[in-house]
Write a protein that binds this ligand. Sequence first.
Ligand code: OXD
Ligand code: MN
Length: 594
Amino acid sequence: MPSSLDALNHWVDAVARLTTPDAIHWCDGSEEENAMLAARMRDSGDFIALNPETHPGCHLHRSSPSDVARVEHLTFICTRDPEDAGPNNHWMAPDEAHAKMDALFAGCMRGRTLYVIPYCMGPIGAPNARCGVEITDSPYVVANMRLMTRMGAAALARIEREGHFVKGLHSTGELDPDRRFIMHFPEELAIQSYGSGYGGNALLGKKCHALRIGSWQARQEGWLAEHMLIVGIENPQGETHYVAAAFPSACGKTNLAMLIPPERYRRAGWKVWTVGDDICWMTPGPDGRLWAINPEAGYFGVAPGTGKGTNPNALAMLDRDTIFTNVGVTADGQPWWEGLDDGTPAKDWQGRDFDPANGPAAHANARFTVSAKQCPSWSPRAEDPQGVPISAIVFGGRRPSLVPLVIEARDWTHGVLVGAAMGSETTAAATGAVGVLRRDSMAMKPFCGYNFADYFTHWLSFDKAGAKLPKIFHVNWFRKGADGRFTWPGFGENLRVLEWIVGRCAGTRSARETPIGLLPRAADLDVEGLDLAASDLAMLLDVDLAGWQDELAGIGEYLETFGPRLPAALRREQQRVAAALDEETRPRARAATG
Ligand code: OXD
Ligand code: MN
């Protein structure tokens, strides 16, 4: 009788015939295997052991200087109908993409080992977890996948039981930016990635599976695969509200997920629990609420900017068994990056003697990879197969002007509009210009595996009889004053805003109605002990009606780019908010002219 692993064996054989590796290694995820691979990489120079006294089990990896971030312009969704990929994706016909990739993969593993990585996204026993298998020729990818997923024997057993899995094929190739493609075949539940070793391009469980293929599966199966952190906020009464929050890459998701409450809150008994820092899979439960799991088992976080003041929890988890990529290093072999409080770099991320004339010691997108369990605020509920119930969904981006500190959407449809309209300044997490405002719906612009218009329809479809949906909010930690400096202190102080948010969910906090949603009055936010002028707080909570009229017009133009597939309910909602703004400005205009 054919075993349910036959499909896997056949695929591995076919890939081996195409790529012609010298050896094949099936990964079991064991300590011994990890030690063997680390030793192999130390020999080849892929890994540099860091100071064993201060950072036991830690390694530095220096990538090729031209391979330091995700490459959105080389990332394709390959569906039969280009309309299914939508204007938010680069599209290639599946046949053409396969032909291109087959040519690149042909013989590419000669002289290398082919690693087979069975992995599970989500707790191994979670009904909503999904399995995949990544074939790669990079031991660095294996070492990262071991931290980022549930990898090895247990995942293989689940695949054998279920008989299906997402197929990911990866080769670093020649690391040539001109021979680099990240292809997704959602109709085949397959991913092919060539020419890059960078996290989001090469750790296929992460963006490729858990978001691009995951979002496609989620639409078909009635759940949501989102670019969101998951954090538990425990109040002094011991009640925990779980919040899922979407921000574009490198906008502080990891910091928010690991927030340490300000001193006064800590003393009062507030606690923060980290469930996830990047990806959230949410499924409606029998009780009508959305239940979330973090499909990942580790953090692949941005190192620069991580310090005692910004994210002490992250710092505390990075002193052992961590892989650092493209950070600088001190004379005594400790990892170093800009924003770290102590030490001085001796070498920069490219291994040159550190010279400020060459730029920062760490690459702006330098990363750490570490097991989630090492985080001091790691939530035991992160392993709960049922997941956690979500009370609030929070959207946010880098908006230096206009957008208030926090807004509550008046209902689900309005919340979907708020998420769809999200905009943010671009960051170093992807190649391309930094600091340019772009619309990034639900922070999924680089990650939604299908047409955004259909994705908005899918989001709207959750609002049905019996649903007990989370409230939706929008936050902006990045508002700047006339002096060009951030007005809101951010980091741990963001708990003050989260307190209002969970208070709104519990029905214990008040708000004022405005055309763009519900906002706290100054008195509704606890700002005691903050060095924040009353005029600055007023600015953070102000609604600039004329500015918002322009913003709504911009949102309308953006939505129109999705053409007839855009759900009419979303267009109507944009028109409703625009009309509410017009209505609000009318008496003032009359008063001004009268
Ligand atoms: C990430 C990203 O690596 O969003 O999480 O780029
Ligand atoms: Mn991300």
